[in-house]
Each structure stands twice: as C-alpha cells, then as structure tokens.
Design a protein around this ligand. Structure first.
Ligand SMILES: [Zn+2]
Length: 303
C-alpha cells in the first residue's frame, strides 16, 4: 500500500497558508519553508510548485501536465541551487544570474535553495542583495530545518511557512497498528521513516532487542549472546543502534525499564559515538562490544 501524502499535506499549515496566499492573490516573492523533517518539507515544496503551475481550476490537481512535470522535476522554470549539504558563493552567483533571465514558458520562475541550512554568512549576504532586487517574475524559496540558520536580515524579507508536527494525523493512519507508539517514537515523527518502519517486519524484533538490553542484560556472561544478535542482523546494525538510541531516550523520560535512569545519558553517548565510528568504517565488532560493555558497566556503577 502506498501512502496518500496528498491527504496528509492538507493537514499541514505551511501548505494551507501558501494555498491561501495563492487563492487570495497575495503571494510573496520570497518564502522561507521551515521544518525539521526534510522529507515532509520536500513534499510541501512540491505541492507549492504544483499550486503555482497547475492548469486545473482545482489546484493542485496532481493530474495535469504541469503537475506531472513538477512531479518529475521537469519544469524548466523551476530551478534548484546548492547541494544536499551546501549552498556556496558560486551557487549564490548562479541564482543571481538566473534572476536576470526571463522565464522560459510562462511568466513565473521559481528559484529554490532546498537546503539553505548551511549557508555561510558571506553567501547569505550575497543572497540578500539578490532578494532586495528581485524581478517580479521571480519567486525564491529557501527551505531550512531551522529558522536560526538564516540571517535575520534575510528572514525579515521572507514570508515564513512553518511545517507543523503531524503526529496526530500519523497516529490516525497507524491506528490499527499494534506498534503505533513504538513506530512514532523510533521515527521521531518523520513521515518517511514512519512509513518505512510500519512496513518493516523486523522492526518489532529490533525494538524488543533494544528493550532487552536495558531490562534483561544482567552480566558480561550474556555479552556473547547479545553480540550475536548484531552479527545475525549485520546489515541492519545502524538501524538497530538508532532504535536503541530512541528506546534509551524514551526511558530517560518515561522510566519504562528497570535500568537506572541516571546511567542512561552515558549509554546514549556510547551509542552515538558508536554510530559515528561505524560511519567511518571502524571495526564493527569492537564498536558493538564497546556499546554493550558501557551498558553493563554504567548499570553496575549504580548498584
Ligand atoms: Zn494540475
């Protein structure tokens, strides 16, 4: 079953506010789309573009040629600047140059910085100049995970669209799933992750295993057994550790296990460090042993 994102988007204030601007003929030329969930932000961005270019009367129809073009990233008057991790001086220059070129097909051109989080101050000042002299045929959209990443001088020129939390809607979608709360916890409410975990048949095993590390891991004699679980699921080690991280967080807040709460912060640090080491191709067994030992030692310190 594929998730119906269109329905979910309709619950998002960012989407609704933009649609209202459009319907009221009150669009801004500069939008700042703010939200921690990058996937959801991209979905909203796509919906905004469809609203702008859709040729149907009921926008966005998701069916017309223009909507399809947006869906396939095929509209020549929509341009993206920067990469997933950066937006540098050259990108800012390119964006500025594009402002001077007329739209190719209609009367609107949309220039987008999909990850405006990592702009240096110098680059931001360059961008600010561009925003100050924007031709009427151009709309600029900056998409960021957090508002503070953008200079106040830029922020003040932009109309803000906040991507709200849609936990309530996700809860509704998962209402028949016995693992609903566990999925919401381990996905941090991120929609793409919620969808993935709700289809992942191994998730329940990983979650139970993470709980067992806190509840049922009495001594170093069990070290081999717990380590074996990781070996048996060696392709999913990163995922298991992430789930463990969320389970530990949850326990810090809600005391769900017998594990001493004061020792949990050190466990989180150990798992976090382990994840970083794994991303640098460290020896997997050594990383796992290190984490398991920390969980044991921190617990025994509290006895
Ligand atoms: Zn359409």
């Amino acid at each position: 079953m594929k998730w119906n994102y269109e329905k979910l988007l309709k619950e998002c204030t960012a989407y609704n506010n933009f649609l209202r601007d459009y319907n009221n003929n009150n669009l801004s030329q500069c939008y700042l789309l703010i939200g921690e969930d990058g996937f959801l932000r991209n979905k909203i961005l796509q919906a905004m573009l469809k609203i702008l270019f859709c040729t149907s009367s009921d926008k966005p129809c998701n069916k017309c040629l223009e909507c399809t073009k947006i869906e396939n990233n095929n509209n020549l008057d929509v341009m993206y600047f920067g990469t997933e991790t950066s937006f540098n001086k050259d990108d800012a220059n390119r964006l500025r140059e594009e402002c001077c070129i007329r739209p190719l097909t209609g009367d609107l051109k949309v220039l987008i910085v999909p990850n405006a989080d990592k702009m240096e101050e110098l680059t931001q000042n360059k961008l600010l100049k561009t925003l100050e002299e924007l031709p009427s045929s151009v709309m600029v959209i900056l998409s960021v995970s957090a508002e503070v990443e953008v200079l106040p001088t830029i922020r003040s020129r932009m109309r803000k669209l906040y991507v709200n939390n849609i936990d309530k809607e996700l809860r509704e979608i998962l209402k028949d799933n016995p693992l609903r709360e566990e999925i919401l916890l381990c996905s941090n409410g991120h929609i793409e992750e919620v969808e993935r975990l709700s289809k992942d048949t191994k998730f329940v095993n990983y979650y139970d295993f993470a709980l067992s590390l806190l509840n049922d891991f009495p001594s170093s004699r069990e070290l081999g057994g717990k380590g074996k679980f990781f070996v048996q699921n060696k392709n999913d080690i990163e995922q298991i550790l992430k789930i463990l991280m969320y389970v530990i967080y949850d326990n810090m807040k809600n005391n769900k296990t017998t594990y001493p709460t004061v020792a949990l912060p050190n466990c989180i640090r150990a798992v976090g460090k382990g994840l970083v080491s794994l991303s640098k191709y460290a020896n997997t067994n050594a990383v796992i042993d290190g984490i398991l030992l920390t969980i044991l030692e921190e617990k025994s310190k509290c006895k």
